[in-house]
Structure formats: structure tokens, C-alpha cells
Design a protein around this ligand. Structure first.
Ligand SMILES: *[C@@H]1O[C@H](CO)[C@@H](O)[C@H](O)[C@H]1NC(C)=O
Ligand SMILES: *[C@@H]1O[C@H](CO)[C@@H](O)[C@H](O)[C@H]1NC(C)=O
Ligand SMILES: *[C@@H]1O[C@H](CO)[C@@H](O)[C@H](O)[C@H]1NC(C)=O
Ligand SMILES: *[C@@H]1O[C@H](CO)[C@@H](O)[C@H](O)[C@H]1NC(C)=O
Ligand SMILES: *[C@@H]1O[C@H](CO)[C@@H](O)[C@H](O)[C@H]1NC(C)=O
Ligand SMILES: *[C@@H]1O[C@H](CO)[C@@H](O)[C@H](O)[C@H]1NC(C)=O
Ligand SMILES: *[C@@H]1O[C@H](CO)[C@@H](O)[C@H](O)[C@H]1NC(C)=O
Ligand SMILES: *[C@@H]1O[C@H](CO)[C@@H](O)[C@H](O)[C@H]1NC(C)=O
Ligand SMILES: *[C@@H]1O[C@H](CO)[C@@H](O)[C@H](O)[C@H]1NC(C)=O
Length: 780
């Protein structure tokens, strides 16, 4: 493998469309090529030892390259190339592992002797070094590769990296990326969507990347810069993977992280059973009508009970209640002092509302105040680390007692908000390699023990990555608070990241009608696009939780999310921005959509799995012709029918010859389309629109099975006794509607060729479909 030129050539994998390989030199460089063109040029490795930075480039760091042997890890059989770095008595091994299977490479730093004083010397006083790395491997220059144009997508900041997400061109003009403690994985792509992603693979709370010397400059991947010393044999891995699509590259990253964590099957189970993801709920979060606002002259307790009465009267099937930050005690720096109900808010305790409504609770929490009542420092009984501005629980028993106590008032979903502030304001979390992981793991274990799920809010990308190891973290907020910014609904890009991590993205609460005057916090706010809000929440697979004023709910609009008892009729994959939208954002001159174009998918299980597509287009300033090959739907859709929302009679072909014209898809006139493959049954062809008046007309929560007989295709439906469902489809090109009303059995069958409905149960016993995780595995 070592050629006479002193160059290693590692061929990683030849797949149908992507070839990833490395050009390794014995002197410590490792360029990354895609399809035989250089994409990434390696930059010199450095490490900080005893407070001094040693660089490969200036020969202060010597590398001794050797074949590192082979072995087996989570990803299978690998071959390793190893660079051993010496600084005095300090030894650091950097390895590159390549695999027989998969388009990926693992980079590993192993601190064989450990490192003392791994912080930059500048790291005193201004804590700028917190945003850097203690060393780097890998490291790449930011400049054009040997392909025409490269673009990037850089998640960063709060709301799962959505608040400072950046996209643009990857070249010597690239401005500052969102890096350091707030940074996330970086995707680099070309104009056709070929993508390379680089992300940490372990120690997810204590690794970082650092954009050095911008514009252009280089990206360094390493141990977070606040770390004072690194223990003997500490190991940090990063994965670099390649794919032919941006969306697929994120799926592959999620798959790799989930493989390392091993928590995916349990997470899928919690996600499927999370009442706040399964059912419609009522929310009081920022932007909701009752956010720091009650009915006139009433307590929150009375107001919440009145919401219940209104919902009962209107038959709006809310199934849980979310309590935002207005109910507990705040202390220093507006952090939480005591997480119990204030008597002015709930005079009879949250229990009384829980008993009156029967609703399970989702409840918000924020960063811990340094004067919180639980900390030993303040006379409490639990261990906390006191950073200057916030406190960090450092005590498993704290979290067990905390979650246990909350079960007494029906807590089912714990919303940990302000994760960014807790992390960015705590020096301990920026300096201790193990604290971040321990903090979130102890929180998760205690929640799991008490059968409580968790939503992360204001999470940095690192919290999202870490959540792959914590089964009960089922969801994460994917954008700013409702009403704070108008574009809050644009979660298509962050949903791609959330979905990869196995999380349901949350759009946050919304109003279902335009005018709801009277909240002093938002005296003049209006909701201009209630339908858009409701559709986005429904397609997200995250919570559908309006926060309307009593008397102001548009029930006909809202109930298109759900069945009659509030079960959300979801797709199988959250709607995510199409590759072409992201590529267009990086390369404004290419032919792409000016606006939001997202796709989603329902998988209906049966004799064979049938996939139905969903396209959402909104906020487009110009028409765009979408081609079938761009949609990334399975091959079957290359010959398919596309139906506009609630127009089953207007089905059109969608295939290689017939694009879909996205025209007039603005925010107030969003476009929704549904795709069905053309299914051949005996002598007939069938294309299915599905259920009328639902945003997801073919949902696995409604259609539980498809049975093919010799000359018919039968849909097995579930619903609520007395609930009426109209199903539309094309039979040999002729549009049909079949109506069914569920009897007490709650099941019905529709024979599409016969055009008949019956209530006979099938012999098939199949579990409800789980969340789509993108790699063909169903949840438990
Ligand atoms: C590999 O990298 C070396 C050093 O940068 C360069 O001279 C050589 O041309 C590269 N080879 C290939 C096949 O890219
Ligand atoms: C290492 O390289 C960086 C960037 O070129 C430079 O700023 C720094 O002074 C070098 N450090 C040492 C110890 O030579
Ligand atoms: C380089 O590594 C090889 C193999 O591990 C070892 O035999 C050799 O002594 C090393 N050279 C130096 C200068 O450390
Ligand atoms: C870097 O980007 C952030 C936005 O993410 C911006 O607020 C900041 O001013 C930029 N810093 C520099 C030095 O350009
Ligand atoms: C609330 O109380 C104030 C002062 O007691 C009174 O003026 C007002 O009419 C009351 N409002 C309602 C809606 O009962
Ligand atoms: C849980 O409740 C007990 C009994 O009221 C109390 O002593 C303890 O401090 C509480 N712990 C937490 C973490 O809420
Ligand atoms: C856990 O909670 C879920 C959802 O609320 C519920 O369906 C399940 O029965 C609970 N499991 C246990 C063991 O209590
Ligand atoms: C797109 O959204 C922005 C922000 O909400 C809005 O200002 C603009 O008018 C919208 N454009 C279209 C065409 O919908
Ligand atoms: C089926 O229902 C849709 C929606 O109500 C209607 O537009 C269409 O005309 C109906 N088709 C037939 C054949 O009745």
C-alpha cells in the first residue's frame, strides 16, 4: 500500500455514484477526494502541550507514520494508518480508519500519555479559547477543491443549531462559521448535492470545531478549547462521510451516531409512546395567548380549567397540557430557584388541574439559578457546581428526586429549555471533559426511571448529538419561539438534522386564527398564516400544540392534523428541506426554488411497503418546475400521480417527462401536494389520494395495512367509533370516493377495485408503524 513515492492511497468505497478516497502522505497529510477530485486539502496538525502550540508545518511537531494495523469496531472491519506525534515525553496517536463497507472514514486522536495544560496560552481572562480546540485532527483548509464550486451548511447556535445556521460557498472568502461551543457538524456539497459531512462521533459534549484564520482559513476538529488537561489514553473520534445527497448524508450521519450509541431502539420506543408526540395538546409557550397571561381576574389554575371546558364544549380533543416558565420560582439571573408551583399561579397545586382535566403534563424548565434551594451551598441536599452565573446539577440523586416528585402532578414530558445558556455560562461545562455528558445522562436516566420523556429546547448542536445516547430525549425545538420572529415556521433545514438524530423536531406553539387580541406581551400580533402553521406542525412529526385564546380556535383547520380523538395523523418522516433548496441557498445563481420546498413521506406497511410522498412549497417568490428525480422519493415515484391538497379529482402525472409546476406558493397560499405510485392490481391501475380533509391523507396512524388480493387492493383503516372517513383514489384513471363510518370495532376496510367498505377485521396483525428513521428499520 505504501507506494515508492511515499504516498498511501486508500480507496474507501466504490458505490454506484460516490467514490471517497484519501491521499495520505507519510508526512502527516491526508487529502480527501470525491470521485477522484480533491475536495478537502488537509491542514497541518497541531497540539497544545504545556501551554504551547506545536505545529506540524513549522516542524515543531514530528510525525512518525506507520500502518496502524486492522481491527473491528462499531462500523466493521477497518484498516488503520497511524501518525504518532511526539512533544517531549508526550505522545499523541492520530489514526485514520477506513472500512470495507460504507462511505466513511473515522479520524481518531488518542492521548497516549495524556496532556498537561492543553489550553492555549492566550486562555486567561478572556475566555476566547473556549471557542477553539486543544489540538486538531483532522483539519482542512477552506478553499475551492478541484470541483467547480463547493458550498457548505453549518449548523450552529441554539434551537438545534438553527439560530445561527449558515450556508454559503466553501472557498477563501468563507466568512466566520458558527464554531466553538455553539458549533455543529459541517456539510460540504457540490451543485449536484454530493456531500461530505464531518462530525464528532463520541465525547459529544466535549469536542468542538474551530474556524481559524477566516475568511477562508481552516477548520480544526478537536477536544474543546476550555479543557485544562487531557487524561491518559483519552480518545476522541470524528467521522467524515460522503453521500450523493445532502439529506441522505445527514441520515447516514445519524445512522453512524446511533450505531455508536446503541440507544436507537429504545429511543424509537419512547418516541412512539410519547403522549406529546402522539396526540394533540394545548401549549402555553412563548407566543401562546396564555403565556404570562391569564383570563381577566383569574388565576392560571382557573384559566387552564377553562381551556379544558372550552375544548370539551367544542370537542377539540386535546390530550395533554404544556406548562411554560410562568409557574415556578425564579431567582438570581432569572434562573430557576425552585421548580414547584407558586400558590398565586396554582393555589391548589398543579395536581388540581391535572385532576380536573385528566391531562398528563408537559412542563418547562430553564437554567439553574446559583441561589436555587436544592444546592448544598444554599442549604439544600444536592451537589451543584456553581459557575459564576448559573448552577449545574452534579448529582444523580437530585435528578431522581426531581423527576419522581413531578410524577405526583402528572409530568410525562420534561422540557429542558435554555440548554445553550446553561452550557455557555458555565465554565465547568466548558472545562470538564466529562461533566456535560454526566449532567445530561443523569437527567435522562432519572426521567427514564420515572417514565418521562424529554424535549430539548434552545439546544446547541452538541446537545442534539448527545441526545443520540439518551433514549428518552424524543424531541427538540427546531426554531425560535413562536411570534418572536416571523420566519419561525421555517424548520425544513433543522428538521433534517433532528430527524437524523432520531428526534422529532418541534415547531413550537401557534394560533389557528389570525386575530387574538388581549395578550399584553403581544398586543398587536396577528397570525397571518394559521394554515401554514398547522400544516408545518403536523408534517414535523413533533408536537401539534396550539396556544389559542379561549373561543378563538379554528377547529376545522386544526382537526386536519388528527383523528377524532386527537391522535395525530403523521407522516413517517418529518418534512425536510429538499437538497435543491439548500443548494440554491449556497449558490444563488443556479436554477433552484426561491423559497421553501420540503418533502415528507408516509410508509404504509402491508404485503409490501407502499410509500406516499408529500411536497410542501411556500414562501416562494418565483415559480419553479420541480422534476421527479429531484424529489429523492423511491424509484417507484418516477412514474406517479401528484394530487393537489383536497383536489383528488385533479391528479396529474409526475414522472421523468412531467414536472410539477410550483406556482403561486407564497406563505398565505402554501402549496401541498401528495404523491402516489401507480399501483398495478390485476387488470387495473390505482393511484391513491387518501383521506379527505387531513394534512396527511395517507398516514400510518390511519391506514395500518394494505392487502393485495388477486384482483383487488384493500386498505385496512383504524379510527374512532362514529368517525367518518372519505377515501379518494383513481381507478383506471377514474376518480372514486368511498365513505366509511367506523363502528364500535374502530376498524374498517376499503376494497379499492370494488369501491366498497366493510368492517370485517383482517387476519393480518401488524404493529402500528413507527417513526421513519431513514434506514429501513421499524421501531420496537
Ligand atoms: C497526493 O498528495 C500529494 C502531496 O500533497 C501530491 O503531491 C499528490 O499529487 C497527490 N496524489 C494524488 C493521487 O492526488
Ligand atoms: C502554528 O501555526 C499557526 C498558524 O500558522 C501560527 O499562528 C502559530 O504561530 C504556529 N505556532 C507555533 C508554535 O509555531
Ligand atoms: C516510528 O515508528 C516505528 C513503528 O512504530 C518504530 O519502529 C520507530 O522506532 C519509530 N521511529 C521513531 C523515530 O520514533
Ligand atoms: C461571526 O458571526 C456571528 C454570527 O454568527 C456574528 O455575530 C459575529 O459578529 C461574527 N464575527 C466576526 C468577527 O465576524
Ligand atoms: C377585573 O377586576 C377589576 C377590578 O376589580 C374590574 O374593574 C374588572 O371589571 C374585572 N374584569 C372582569 C372581566 O371581571
Ligand atoms: C422532592 O420532594 C421532597 C419531599 O417534598 C423534597 O424534600 C425534595 O427536596 C424534593 N427534591 C427535588 C429535587 O425536587
Ligand atoms: C409510560 O408512559 C407511557 C406514555 O404515557 C404509557 O403508555 C406507559 O403505559 C407507561 N409505562 C409504564 C410502565 O408506566
Ligand atoms: C417570505 O417570508 C418572509 C418572512 O416571513 C416574508 O417577509 C415574505 O413576504 C415572504 N415571501 C413570500 C413570497 O411569501
Ligand atoms: C370526491 O370528493 C371530492 C372532494 O369532496 C370531490 O371534489 C369530487 O368531485 C368527488 N368525486 C366524485 C366522483 O364524487
Amino acid at each position: 500500500m505504501l507506494s515508492k513515492f511515499g504516498v498511501f492511497l486508500f480507496l474507501v468505497k466504490v458505490s454506484s455514484s460516490i467514490i471517497l478516497n484519501l491521499n495520505l502522505t507519510t508526512s502527516g497529510y491526508y487529502d480527501v477526494n470525491l470521485n477522484f477530485f480533491r475536495w478537502l486539502q488537509s491542514a497541518p496538525t497541531y497540539f497544545i502541550v504545556d501551554g504551547t502550540r506545536y505545529n506540524l508545518s513549522d516542524k515543531s511537531l514530528y510525525s512518525n507514520a506507520s500502518y496502524g494495523g486492522n481491527g473491528v469496531d462499531e462500523f466493521g472491519f477497518y484498516q488503520s494508518m497511524r501518525y504518532r506525534y511526539y512533544v517531549g515525553k508526550t505522545i499523541i496517536d492520530c489514526s485514520i480508519n477506513t472500512y470495507d463497507t460504507g462511505n466513511y472514514i473515522v479520524f481518531e486522536q488518542r492521548f497516549v500519555t495524556g496532556v498537561t495544560n492543553s489550553r492555549p496560552q492566550s486562555c486567561s481572562g478572556d475566555l476566547h479559547c473556549y471557542q477553539q480546540t486543544t489540538g486538531t485532527f483532522p483539519s482542512f483548509y477552506i478553499k475551492k477543491g478541484q470541483v467547480k464550486n463547493l458550498g457548505y451548511l453549518n449548523f450552529g447556535g441554539s434551537m438545534l443549531g438553527n439560530s445561527e445556521v449558515k450556508t454559503g460557498q466553501w472557498d477563501k472568502t468563507t466568512a466566520n462559521l458558527t464554531d466553538g461551543m455553539g458549533g455543529g457538524p459541517i456539510a460540504i456539497f457540490d451543485e449536484s448535492g454530493n456531500t461530505v459531512i464531518i462530525s464528532p462521533l463520541d465525547n459529544l459534549m466535549s469536542s468542538s470545531f474551530w474556524h481559524e484564520d477566516y475568511p477562508g482559513g481552516r477548520v480544526n476538529f478537536g477536544v474543546m478549547g476550555g479543557t485544562k488537561s487531557i487524561p491518559v489514553n483519552y480518545r476522541q473520534r470524528f467521522i467524515l462521510l460522503a453521500s450523493s445527497s445532502i439529506n441522505k448524508a445527514f441520515q447516514d450521519l445519524g445512522k453512524a451516531l446511533r450505531k455508536v450509541s446503541g440507544a436507537a431502539p429504545k429511543k424509537d420506543f419512547y418516541r412512539q409512546n410519547d403522549v406529546t408526540l402522539k396526540y394533540l395538546g394545548y401549549w402555553t409557550d412563548n407566543g401562546a395567548y396564555y403565556y404570562y397571561n391569564t383570563e381577566a381576574n383569574k388565576t392560571y389554575e382557573q384559566t387552564m380549567n377553562d381551556i379544558f371546558d372550552y375544548a370539551q364544549h367544542e370537542k377539540i380533543p386535546y390530550r395533554y397540557l404544556q406548562l411554560d416558565s410562568w409557574w415556578y420560582y425564579k431567582g438570581s439571573g432569572n434562573g430557576v430557584k425552585e421548580w414547584t408551583a407558586r400558590p398565586d399561579v396554582f393555589p391548589h397545586g398543579i395536581e388540581s388541574v391535572q385532576q380536573y382535566t385528566g391531562w398528563p403534563m408537559g412542563a418547562h424548565n430553564r437554567y439553574w439559578a446559583v441561589d436555587n434551594v436544592y444546592a448544598r451551598q444554599n442549604g439544600g441536599k444536592y451537589n451543584f457546581l456553581m459557575a459564576p452565573l448559573v448552577a449545574v446539577p452534579n448529582d444523580a440523586s437530585f435528578w431522581y428526586d426531581f423527576m419522581k416528585n413531578a410524577t405526583s402532578w402528572g409530568l410525562k414530558m420534561y422540557e429542558q429549555d435554555w440548554l445553550n445558556v446553561e452550557t455557555l455560562l458555565s465554565n465547568d461545562l466548558a472545562e470538564d471533559l466529562f461533566l456535560g455528558e454526566r449532567w445530561l445522562t443523569e437527567m435522562g436516566n432519572a426521567a427514564e426511571f420515572n417514565n418521562i420523556t424529554i424535549q430539548y429546547c434552545m439546544s446547541l448542536p452538541r446537545h442534539g448529538l448527545m441526545s443520540t445516547k439518551i433514549p428518552v430525549v424524543t424531541q427538540a425545538r427546531a426554531s425560535e419561539d413562536y411570534h418572536v420572529i416571523e420566519d419561525q415556521w421555517k424548520i425544513g433545514v433543522s428538521s433534517m438534522f433532528a430527524n437524523a438524530l432520531g428526534l422529532a423536531p418541534s415547531k413550537d406553539t401557534f394560533w389557528t386564527t389570525t386575530v387574538q387580541n388581549g395578550n399584553p406581551k403581544y398586543p398587536k400580533k396577528q397570525e397571518l398564516w394559521p394554515a401554514l402553521q398547522t400544516v408545518v406542525a403536523t408534517l414535523s412529526m413533533g408536537p401539534v400544540g396550539p396556544g389559542d385564546m379561549i373561543g378563538a380556535t379554528n377547529k376545522d383547520l386544526l382537526m386536519q392534523c388528527c383523528n377524532m380523538e386527537g391522535l395525530i395523523l403523521k407522516p413517517s418522516k418529518p418534512a425536510t428541506a429538499m437538497d435543491i433548496q439548500i443548494i440554491k441557498a449556497a449558490f444563488p445563481d443556479i436554477d433552484g426554488p426561491d423559497g421553501q420546498v420540503w418533502t415528507s413521506l408516509s410508509e404504509i406497511y402491508g404485503d409490501k411497503t407502499t410509500k406516499f410522498g408529500i411536497i410542501l412549497a411556500a414562501n416562494m417568490s418565483k415559480p419553479y418546475k420541480l422534476r421527479a428525480y429531484q424529489t429523492e422519493f423511491p424509484y417507484q415515484f418516477y412514474d406517479s400521480i401528484v394530487f393537489p391538497y383536497n383536489k383528488p379529482e385533479a391528479g396529474m402525472p409526475f414522472n421523468g417527462k412531467s414536472p410539477l409546476n410550483l406556482n403561486g406558493c407564497t406563505s398565505d397560499k402554501l402549496c401541498l401536494f401528495y404523491l402516489s405510485p401507480i399501483i398495478i392490481v390485476g387488470q387495473h391501475t390505482i393511484a391513491i389520494y387518501g383521506e379527505h380533509d387531513k394534512f396527511v391523507p395517507m398516514s400510518p396512524q390511519r391506514v395500518t395495512d394494505v392487502i393485495y388480493t388477486e384482483d383487488d387492493m384493500v386498505l385496512q383503516l383504524v379510527g374512532v367509533p362514529s368517525e367518518k372517513v372519505i377515501v379518494s383514489y383513481l381507478l383506471d384513471g377514474v376518480q372514486k370516493n368511498v365513505t366509511t363510518v367506523f363502528s364500535t370495532s374502530g376498524t374498517a376496510q376499503i376494497s379499492l377495485v370494488l369501491g366498497k367498505t366493510s368492517h370485517v377485521k383482517t387476519g393480518h396483525q401488524r404493529p402500528l408503524a413507527g417513526p421513519f428513521n431513514g434506514f429501513g428499520k421499524r421501531g420496537v
